[in-house]
Design a binder for this molecule. Structure first.
Ligand code: IMP
Ligand code: MG
Length: 177
């Protein structure tokens, strides 16, 4: 697995620094608000699991599994699998691995507002500002990455590499398989 990585963009140490900083920011903003933290499966998994351990105050957790219809990009079409969590009156923080075009988080944010959330903020480990097609802003961001396809720490290529403890770029030969 590690042999498939050409270059590391964000090391384990850097991820840890990001987690500590985000933990402080979110604690500062939410410690008395009993927020509902909603992770987007499956990319949120390692990030969410590590981040919530930095939040030492009352909160509840839930998940959403969203699928985007690849190939009809311009429609911005997203479906949520199963029931939308009960967000009525809650201060919600949505967690995802990366903000790219913004399509996923823009749709999810709108659905949660429609379902009566009191507030919705977004938290992503990585931001690819150059990829943005939707007018959307994440309040909590670990750090930026260039407009390249990255894997690791939740981010997959064909469902693999989510378990890498760092963020990296794949060698070209991996795509040629
Ligand atoms: P968006 O809806 O275009 O912002 O894309 C968000 C989703 O696309 C992320 O949750 C990832 O699943 C996927 N994605 C975007 N960029 C990358 C990448 O560089 N590597 C792996 N997955 C990515
Ligand atoms: Mg994904």
């Amino acid at each position: 697995m590690h042999n498939d990585i050409e270059k590391i963009y964000v090391s384990e140490n850097e991820i840890n620094d990001m987690l500590n900083r985000l933990g402080k920011e979110i604690t500062n903003d939410y410690k008395d608000r009993n927020p509902l933290i909603i992770g987007l499966l499956k990319g949120c998994l390692p990030f969410m699991s590590d981040l919530v351990k930095k939040l030492d105050f009352p909160l509840t957790l839930n998940y959403i599994k969203a699928s985007s219809y690849q190939g009809i990009e311009s429609t911005g079409f997203i479906t949520i699998e199963g029931k939308v969590p009960d967000v009525k009156g809650r201060d919600v923080i949505v967690i995802d691995d990366i903000l790219d075009t913004g399509r996923t988080l823009d749709s999810i944010r709108r659905v949660l507002v429609e379902h009566g959330a009191n507030s919705v903020e977004l938290c992503v480990l990585l931001d690819k500002p150059e990829g943005r097609k939707f007018d959307i802003h994440a309040k909590y961001v670990g750090g930026p990455v260039p407009n390249e396809f990255v894997v690791g720490y939740g981010l997959d290529y064909n469902e693999h590499y989510r378990n890498l403890p760092y963020i990296g770029v794949l060698k070209p030969r991996v795509y040629q398989k």
